[in-house]
Write a protein that binds this ligand. Sequence first.
Ligand SMILES: [Zn+2]
Length: 204
Amino acid sequence: MVYVRSLILFLCASACFGEDIPILWSPPAGFPPTLRDVASRLPADTDARDACLITYAHEGNHFLCRGKPGFHCVYIGAGQRWEIPTPPLVTEEVFAAIPRAHRTSIYPIYLRQGRDDYWHSQPLMILDEWRAYTVGSLVRQELGMQKRAETVAHTKTMARFAKQLHTMAKEIPEYDMTELTKFCQWNLGECYRIEGFDTEVRFD
Ligand SMILES: [Zn+2]
């Protein structure tokens, strides 16, 4: 019984979230909550630190994500990462398949990025990026900022890129879609916490 229970806990911990990321310091009280969560888990002098708190949160969220053989682990707040099995897709091919109407101003940057050595075979970097824009948009909202509206537009663009990734992964019979779909559905829900966010994208 104990063995079965530990096995279940182990399976859940390894398949869903992995270990807790500890808090290292207490960021300034003036930081918005979403940034406090990210910043507190990175060293106070992290290279992700930026005068712009949206950028700090976006880059900081990237810093808390991790790749490991066969998986990419996206930071989702509260010290947790979501482990997603890597689909056998070439990132550049995912970008190349994105409908023209969805190729906004950031498209060329990411198409180029997709050719980078690491990104090339790690298409889940698209979700890493989507999450980073989501977190940046939430921080903007918590700061009550009117400018930097493009961060919300880029979050919407990234949701569409994630949809393309999801569609192509679904066509691979041997790939288990469970975690990818659950993550995409969850982060889409997070996007809808952002005022002014809307999209036709759904994940099923
Ligand atoms: Zn980024």
